[in-house]
Design a protein around this ligand. Sequence first.
Ligand SMILES: [Zn+2]
Length: 263
Amino acid sequence: MGRMGNEPSELTSMERRALALMPHPDDMEILCAGTLIRLIEAGWEVHVATMTPGDQGSPDKPREEIAAIRRREAREGALSIGAASYTCLEFDDVRIVFDNDARVRVAGMLRTVNPSLVITTSPDDYMFDHIITSQLVRDACFNAPMPNYATREGQTPTSSVPYLYYTDTMEGVGMFGERIVPTCFVDVTEQIERKSAALACHASQRAWLLKQHGLDDYIGAMKRWCARRGQEIGVAYAEAFRQHRGHPHPTRDLIGDTLGKRG
Ligand SMILES: [Zn+2]
């Protein structure tokens, strides 16, 4: 299976292709947009996908209506950072399950992009959409290179098992409240305003949080978290990741080596 156990020191330009496959619209902007912007600045082709169109993300709009709005916001957010594509896999909010239908659809997404680097949410996070997405993406990394693993027609197997990174959890803790220790940090100080502008594309969520909590803190909360991660490596703003280093993923710290600092 392709790159299994093999550690190329340099990726060719064809291989500098990343996929951020996140559960919901706005997860990418909150958790890894700065890193994606830096990858694009370094010559990478970056693709963004969400599992759902965020169809539960409204107190008063019906599902189809809010989904249409949020699909558009997610596309705007992805394009604003310079992503090569945005795809919604059209799962439903809070209904993502680990079954064969979902496994095949997620593997198909990997085959469409054929990335050498995949970023998704943490396997230990605050809600099940994030946890199950993480499991599905990890599973797809394993299955997508296998020639006999059938997905949609026209989707060819990926070249290899990619580098896999998990984004920060909510408040940087696991399900028992224990502190998550990142394996790499990316300085996003110079990218923080573009990251904020990408998050601002999600106007419906900002408005909802404003209504619900009475304060316009959507972008402020994101910046405070990046500032806290930044403090850990002595910069103004950072994003943090954990790399999946278990078999059969390549274990060299690709993001750390390309962009990063270790805490
Ligand atoms: Zn989410």
